[in-house]
Ligand binder design. Sequence first.
Ligand SMILES: Cc1cc2nc3c(=O)[nH]c(=O)nc-3n(C[C@H](O)[C@H](O)[C@H](O)COP(=O)(O)O)c2cc1C
Length: 383
Amino acid sequence: MPARIINVEDARRLAKRRIPKIFFDYIDGGAFAERTLRANSEDFGRWSLEQRVLRTAPNRNLATTYLGRRNALPFMLGPVGFLGLYAANGELKTARAAAAADIPICLSTFSINSITDLRAASQGDLHFQLYVLRDRELAREFIAGAVAARASTLYVTVDTTITSVRERDVRNGFRALQHLTPGLLARLAMRPFWCLEMLRSGMPSVGILKDHPEFGLGALAQATNLSRGIDPDLSWHDIAWLREQWSGRLVVKGVLSGEDAVRACECGADAVVISNHGGRQLDGAASTISILPEVLDAVAGRCEVLIDGGFRRGTDIVKAIALGASGVLLGRAYTYGLAAAGEAGVTRIIELLRDEVDITLALMGLASIDELKARGTSVLRAV
Ligand SMILES: Cc1cc2nc3c(=O)[nH]c(=O)nc-3n(C[C@H](O)[C@H](O)[C@H](O)COP(=O)(O)O)c2cc1C
C-alpha cells in the first residue's frame, strides 16, 4: 500500500477510501468557509527558492537542533487527537514511526493510547500536549503522567478555549456523537477493513481517563465530556502557573501574533508554535507562514519559534526554516499516512518529506539544514 503513496495528497486520497467519512472529514476539514485552512498551504507560494548549480553537496545532513535536542529531521509529529480511531493503536504506531526516524512526537490529550503506553513501546523523544481543564487537580494529574513517562516537553494549546464550527463535522453529526447508534454503525460498516481492525483491538477509550469513570464509557462519550471540561477562561496567568508545575521545556502552541508570542516568552515559555490549529479555529485568520517573520521579529531570540499549518511538501518545510523557524510540526500530513496505511503509512510520509527536503537542499546548493538556517532569508525571493 505505501508504495502507492508518492506524496501527501496520495495518502489523503487513500485515507478517504479507508476510514469512515465521519473521521476523514474530522481530519480533513476546517472552520466555516475553510479560507484559513487553504491559505496555510497556498501562502507558501509567496516565496520562491534560490536555485544554485554545479555545487551539489554529497550526503546532505538533515539533522538540526530544536526543542533542546539534535533531531534527525527539521520536522516532527505534532499533536493530533484520536489517532487511535483512524488506525488501531494509532498513537503507538505513530510513536514507533517517529522513534525510528529519530524525531519527536507530541501526544495529544485526546488520545486513545496513553503516554504511559507510548513510553512502554518507544524510547524516542516524547512530548505531551495539554488542554488545560477547569479542574486544575486533573490538569496536575495529567502533567504528573507526562513526568512519569519521561516526556521532555509540555505543550499548552491556547487557540482552542472554545471550539469553532467545522461545518463538515456539523453535517456528519460528529460533535453530537456520544455513543454508537444504529445509524452510525451503518455508516461505519461502509469501511469494512477499518471495522475489522477496530473490532480486533477492542472498544477504544481515551487513555488518560482510564481511572476516571465519571467521564463516561468509550472514546465518544469521554471526548465530549473532556471537551466540556476545557477551561474557556484560560489566561496568561495560567501559563505562568503551568511554568511552576512543569520543570521541563514548556511550549505555548497556537500563537499567531508577535505580541502574543512575546507574552508567552514573558510567562516563561521556552518556545512558541505559530499555529492557527490547521485552519480549524478562526477562519479568516492569517496563514501561519505569513505571520512567521512578524513573530520572529517581535520575539527577537527570547524564545524558540516553531510553526505548523499546511505543510505538505519538503519545499514548504525548507521555506519555513529559511524564514527562521527552528523546526516544523506536521499535523494532517502524517495523519493521512496513518489513516491510509497504519505505521507503514506514517513512515512513508516521513520518508517522502525527508527525500523532498533533501532534494530541495541539493538543488539549492546547500549541504545541510544548519547551512540553510545560516543562510536564512537570503535563499528566498518574495514572489
Ligand atoms: C484531526 C486533528 C486533530 C487535532 N487535535 C489536536 C489536539 O488534540 N491538540 C492540539 O494541540 N492540536 C490539535 N490539532 C492541531 C494540530 O496540532 C496542528 O496545529 C494542525 O494540524 C496543523 O495544520 P496541518 O494539519 O495543516 O499541518 C489537530 C489537528 C487535526 C487535523
